[in-house]
Design a protein around this ligand. Structure first.
Ligand code: TYD
Length: 138
């Protein structure tokens, strides 16, 4: 079972130029999974919260492509908060981590690379149900 200590910051490549920078990301190279899906959150009102769920199998890399937000990570026992505010820093999250995205800066964009396609049955949307699943793992 994953813990918040398995979540890690991954420094992404940067191709820098005076006319702007590029960050390319390859599955199984820059992230430890094959990338099956990309999505992004945008037009999030400043100060807003998203997330509030865990995934049974999905792995993700979350990047503040613009602006900033905080990610609250919770494995059912331990909690950790990570502040993301650089487009070349990604937060890797294995499966079975409850997450909340907090304190979005206005105009903030959250880019997500995911190891699987969207599947509602992969979600724990109730914290108590998630927590129950994490019991007895130690
Ligand atoms: P959700 O993952 O709950 O968003 P957040 O964690 O940012 O609050 O998804 C919100 C809605 O969008 C939900 O109805 C499912 C839908 N959705 C898709 O259809 N495909 C996707 O790839 C994602 C991420 C969400």
């Amino acid at each position: 079972m994953s813990t918040v200590y398995d979540c890690s910051i991954i420094q992404l490549p940067r191709i820098q130029s005076t006319s702007g920078n590029i960050t390319p990301i390859y599955g199984n190279v820059n992230v430890p999974f094959e990338i099956a899906r990309v999505y992004y959150l945008y037009d999030v009102p400043g100060g807003e919260t998203r997330g509030g769920h865990a995934h049974k199998n999905l792995q993700q890399l979350i990047v503040a492509a613009s602006g900033s937000f905080d990610v609250l990570l919770d494995d059912g026992i331990n909690k950790k908060v990570v502040h993301l505010n650089r487009p070349y820093m990604g937060l890797y999250m294995p499966n079975m981590i409850w997450r909340e995205l907090l304190n979005f800066s206005s105009g903030g964009i959250c880019l997500v690379l995911a190891s699987r396609v969207y599947d509602e049955s992969d979600y724990y949307r109730e914290y108590e149900e998630f927590k129950l699943q994490t019991q007895g793992r130690l």
